[in-house]
Design a protein. Structure first.
Length: 117
């Protein structure tokens, strides 16, 4: 069955960096666009970044452009999110899923990112 396992979250000070990973299994990873989403307390889940199956195109939410980078390794069935210059407003649970701008399929457990001094 489809499994998405997010990792790499944690507590970081403002201005710091984190690299999230999402290990996928149960489907042909290289055939699907993948995206990262986040959900802050009391807010709806929002798209953060997406990447096409081959990695040739990406898209980002305006709030993270220039700070976050999505990438993927199809040999490892893994999608990454490099987050730099983190801000307190980036605090959320981060999830990955299939799809470029619209998610489909089941969600993983997510990984908590907390940006605080």
């Amino acid at each position: 069955q489809v499994q998405l396992v997010e990792s790499g979250g944690g507590l970081v000070q403002p201005g710091g960096s984190l690299r999230l990973s999402c290990a996928a299994s149960g489907f042909t990873f290289s055939s699907y666009a993948m995206s990262w989403y986040r959900q802050a307390p009391g807010k709806e889940r929002e798209l953060v970044a997406g990447i096409t199956p081959g990695g040739g195109s990406t898209n980002y939410a305006d709030s993270v452009k220039g700070r976050f980078t999505i990438s993927r390794d199809n040999a490892k069935n893994t999608v990454y999110l490099q987050m730099n210059s983190l801000k307190p407003e980036d605090t959320a649970v981060y999830y990955c899923n299939k799809g470029y701008t619209v998610p489909f399929g089941s969600w993983g457990q997510g990984t908590q990112v907390t940006v605080s001094s």
